[in-house]
Design a protein around this ligand. Structure first.
Ligand code: GLA
Length: 414
């Protein structure tokens, strides 16, 4: 080979490592999937994960859009092997991660895994610090499609640098791997992570509660659903196709009353949030399944415009959220945070909404919309009339506004 050609090849190889950037074709809509942590924490193993893959298919979750099956913390053996490779806990995962990934893929799902930017994961297993390229190559060899990357045991390191290193390591594998940053919003990842990953946690951990409530072990206080909504609301300009604010995984089906589950799911859709279920899919109630697979609500979350909803007003404990959608339609969600039912009286013509972020305008004076309730699938008339309704406590009225002339064909597509 001529010297010049050799030099060019070396330069191409070198630049693909040094200047690697995240894969911009990934997560053009918020990722959807299931994660083991919220229900199972450290109690995971190969049988459980296979059963969950089966349940993602048989429950209809996969066909509703949930495709990433993510194994969270506690899958690792306590030490790396003699070559410093990570290894799965041989008791929990006797056939190893490649075989498990193959099983997950055989179900038409994608394979997600967890590690941490620090020296150890949050549960104390080997972290990635100093092994970024080695671990990325190992994940790629196992067929990993998604990496959740946590932030425990990272004393003194720079978040932007640590996450950028892992992003480059993933990119250097040439396998499309969604990179999910999980540093809890501590270092404002929304300001720097757009070129680094596809989603970033914007808050500390979610708890299965409406408002902040101390953990059952009393040692810390996870975020309630309302606190998370308040934390993510001001970040809407940072979200968009390929880069999402992550308000944490879903607690739907984990013990909240059905109205709170419905409100939680509706609001995650309004926030264009990743929809990562965290319940036991093998024995969901019909109510839980109906919430998680509501096609109309999922379509709002997955809308290709990729605009995070805006909080238009808060009145009498009712938050009115608006989300502009592709083609000029809108989703609107009235969230009642009060402990009693609240009446809604919303005059569309008196409320012209101009969203400077998307340049979308909701102006019922110029364009009437047909209103459909996304939870009952009933039509609620159109925007010529004031909307009057009562929203139960800790619940929502979530509606879809279709431009009047398109209403019929739109419905057929959902
Ligand atoms: C952190 C993360 C959680 C979960 C645990 C696992 O707390 O924020 O989502 O991954 O670690 O240890």
């Amino acid at each position: 080979m001529k010297k010049a050609t050799l030099l060019i090849l070396i330069l191409i190889g070198w630049s693909s490592i040094v200047f690697a950037q995240k894969d911009r074709s990934l997560a053009l809509t918020p990722p959807m999937g299931w994660n083991s942590w919220n229900t199972f924490a450290s109690n995971i193993n190969e049988t459980l994960i296979k059963e969950m893959a089966d349940a993602m298919v048989s429950s209809g979750m996969r066909d509703a859009g949930y495709k990433y099956l993510v194994i969270d913390d506690c899958w690792l053996a306590p030490e790396r092997d003699s070559l410093q490779n990570l290894q799965a806990d041989p008791k929990k995962f006797p056939h190893g991660m490649k075989a498990l990934g193959d099983y997950i893929h055989s179900k038409g799902l994608k394979f997600g895994i967890y590690n941490c930017a620090g020296t150890k994961t949050c549960a104390g297993f080997p972290g990635t610090r100093g092994h970024e390229y080695q671990d990325a190559l190992l994940y790629a060899s196992w067929g990993v499609d998604y990496l959740k990357y946590d932030w425990c045991n990272t004393d003194g390191i720079n978040a932007k640098e640590a996450y950028t290193t892992m992003s480059k390591a993933l990119e250097a594998t040439h396998r499309p791997i969604v990179f999910s940053l999980c540093e809890w919003g501590n270092n404002q990842p929304w300001l720097w992570a757009e070129p680094v990953g596809q989603l970033w946690r914007a808050t500390g951990d979610i708890g299965c509660s409406w408002y902040n409530q101390p953990h059952t072990d009393g040692s810390w206080t996870p975020n309630g659903i309302i606190q998370i909504i308040n934390l993510v609301a001001p970040l809407r300009q940072y979200a968009g196709p390929g880069h999402w604010n992550d308000p944490d995984m879903l607690e739907v089906g984990n013990g909240l009353p059905v109205n709170e589950d419905r409100a939680h799911f509706s609001m995650w859709a309004m926030l264009a949030a990743p929809l990562i279920a965290g319940n036991d899919l093998r024995n969901m109630s019909e109510e839980t399944k109906a919430i998680l697979t509501n096609r109309g609500v999922i379509a709002v979350d997955q809308d290709s415009l990729g605009i995070q909803g805006l909080r238009y007003e808060i009145k009498d404990s009712v938050q009115t959220w608006m989300k502009p959608l592709k083609g000029g339609d809108w989703a609107v969600c009235f969230l009642n945070t009060a402990s009693q039912p609240q009446a809604i009286d919303f005059d569309w013509k008196a409320n012209v909404v101009k969203d400077s972020l998307s340049n979308a305008e909701l102006n019922a004076n110029a364009q009437p919309y047909v209103i459909e309730d996304l939870w009952t699938n009933k039509t609620l008339g159109n925007t010529d009339k004031t909307l009057k309704a009562t929203v139960p406590s800790h619940d929502v009225l979530m509606i879809y506004l279709s431009k009047q002339q398109k209403a019929v064909s739109k419905k057929k597509h959902r």
